[in-house]
Write a new protein. Structure first.
Length: 120
């Protein structure tokens, strides 16, 4: 009967790649491997941070150019204002269409009555 080895629980502060390293003394090659993994993770994290900061700066500039501010609270307030304005305009448009349809129905009714009167 084969026994399965239970995986060690991951210790805080260790990456998944190094989580299975023993707690005791390690040889220099193992330590170099761990260092290389951590160095690669640091380089990746630094590159991701630089990209995110660059993207944030571009988005802030775009928001400032478009809306006059890059303040998140002010942008949220502007969005709420724009949403309310759009709803008001939609309601006005719907009312205008309803009135046009009602007027058209009245005109059609009058036309129908006048043609029936002429035909009689």
């Amino acid at each position: 009967m084969a026994t399965t080895k239970k995986p060690e629980p991951q210790r805080p502060g260790r990456t998944p790649a190094t989580a299975q390293q023993p707690d005791g003394p390690q040889d220099i090659d193992t330590l170099k491997g761990r260092y290389d993994e951590l160095r690669e993770a640091q380089i990746t994290a630094a590159a991701n941070l630089k990209t995110a900061e660059s993207q944030l700066a571009k988005l802030r500039a775009q928001a400032k150019a478009t809306y006059g501010t890059d303040d998140l609270a002010a942008l949220k307030a502007k969005l709420e204002e724009m949403t309310a304005d759009n709803e008001r305009k939609r309601n006005e448009y719907q009312s205008a269409l309803d009135k046009i349809e009602a007027d058209l129905g009245t005109i059609e009714e009058k036309y129908s009555q006048s043609t029936q009167a002429e035909g009689a």
